[in-house]
Write a protein that binds this ligand. Structure first.
Ligand code: ATP
Ligand code: MG
Length: 395
């Protein structure tokens, strides 16, 4: 029975979805199938509220677990062994798992916790636990039972057709399966915040696409490679996506030539939003996503955010708005973007940075400054010049 590795996948919030639950579960199964497509002989099935992944023995279970754990909607995963639903078969499987754990982790004590989903099974859960425990003691002479603080808590899940034995429960990120919540266009910089913002929206089921602005030759090619690398990490969670890369320098030069210096930052930000919105419309995205965070810098004061928002019709999602920077940094470390984000390359926002940026911009003043520019033509030219890069986790 143990010729394949089994992974029991528990759904998080998906399980709470009421009448829509079958749809969310189906989407989750689809996502899991998709990320495991690169491996041969994988089987993914839904059964009694859980998802079971079966993989060939030659595949590394840790690698498979790692891949599944990045799928949004997964609450936890347990690599398991399968046994026929009788106590002798379960006992044998439990002993083989324990022998493995003795060798790999040097465990000395254990406890068995049994659960009987099949209520017609003639033996009750605590008794199943005791019987399997006794079989383990006979099969693994070095082990002792410790009900309070065991090195290994072995779970036996006795079900009608087939039973499962497992030890670990590895956490996923929860959230909702990708593709269940529309599409958003993230403004992706090379910083710490925007990759986290993209990840957070994708975690709620939103497919993402990205726009990145540079100011070449003021910003280097290496700075752009850094952003591509970051996008690649984000795509290991949210699948392949397109990144629209735009040189913002022509817009910045016009602003610097024609508008007051202290307004440069906010004006540049409004152009970024407008350009991103145009591309989002073309690409069927319904929202913009930024890594903005209240009060973090001059362009993110409440007043500046209001003035930024006023130039677009599309809703702007700012999932980090009320987070503290330390918490954003923690999240970036957890999802694996932090080390790349802190590489010291210049960003287009730091080019032409005013000495004293306006922290409380007034919309009327900003509109007046913009009246000196051909906003529509500048936006259209920028959109026209976009270079599209296909981002995938392998980058
Ligand atoms: P981040 O860490 O994401 O770079 P930040 O704290 O540096 O954010 P800003 O530079 O003011 O903040 O940018 C605020 C938001 O604007 C970013 O989170 C991102 O969504 C967007 N943004 C900034 N620079 C760029 C860029 N070069 N290309 C695309 N979007 C950008
Ligand atoms: Mg930035």
């Amino acid at each position: 029975m143990n010729e394949r590795n089994i992974f029991i996948v528990r759904c998080g919030e998906v399980a709470l979805k009421g009448l829509n639950k079958p749809y969310f579960e189906r989407m989750l199964v689809e996502r899991i199938k998709r990320v495991l497509k690169k491996y041969d002989g994988i089987e993914v099935k839904r059964h009694e509220g859980l998802i079971y992944v079966r993989a060939e023995k030659n595949l590394d279970p840790d690698e498979i677990t790692g891949v599944i754990s990045k799928v949004f909607g997964v609450a936890s995963i347990s690599p398991a062994l399968e046994a026929e639903s009788n106590l002798d078969a379960i006992g044998e499987t439990a002993v083989s798992m324990m022998l493995d754990l003795i060798e790999k982790k040097g465990i000395k004590t254990f406890k068995v916790e049994a659960k009987r989903a099949d209520k017609n099974f003639p033996v009750k859960s605590p008794e199943i636990g005791r019987i399997i425990g006794a079989k383990i003691l006979i099969g693994c002479k070095v082990l002792k039972v410790d009900v309070h603080n065991p090195d290994c808590l072995l779970h036996v899940d006795l079900r009608h057709d087939v039973s499962y034995v497992y030890e670990q429960k590895i956490s996923g990120f929860g959230g909702l399966p990708l593709g269940t919540n529309g599409r958003g266009m993230v403004l992706l910089s090379g910083g710490i915040d925007s990759p986290v913002a993209a990840w957070m929206m994708a975690k709620r089921g939103m497919m993402i696409e990205a726009v990145h602005f540079h100011s070449y030759p003021y910003t280097s090619e290496r700075a752009q490679e850094k952003v591509e690398e970051l996008a690649g990490i984000v795509s290991s969670y949210c699948g392949r996506f397109k990144m629209h890369v735009i040189n913002l320098l022509p817009v910045q030069e016009k602003i610097v030539e024609n508008c007051p210096e202290e307004e440069t930052t906010i004006l540049v930000r409004r152009f970024m939003m407008r350009i991103a919105e145009k591309i989002a419309e073309k690409r069927d995205c319904m929202m913009l996503i930024t890594g903005e965070n209240l009060g973090q810098v001059a362009s993110q004061t409440a007043e500046a955010l209001v003035v930024t928002d006023a130039c677009v019709k599309m809703p702007v999602m700012r999932p980090l708005i009320a987070m503290d920077k330390v918490d954003i940094m923690e999240k970036a470390k957890e999802i694996g973007t932090f080390e790349t984000s802190i590489l010291p390359y210049e960003d287009c926002c730091t080019v032409f940075l005013p000495k004293h940026p306006a922290t409380k911009p007034k919309l009327e003043r900003i509109l007046e400054s913009e009246s000196r520019l051909d906003v529509e033509a500048l936006v259209a030219a920028a959109v026209e010049s976009a270079e599209v890069i296909n981002i995938s986790p392998e980058l």
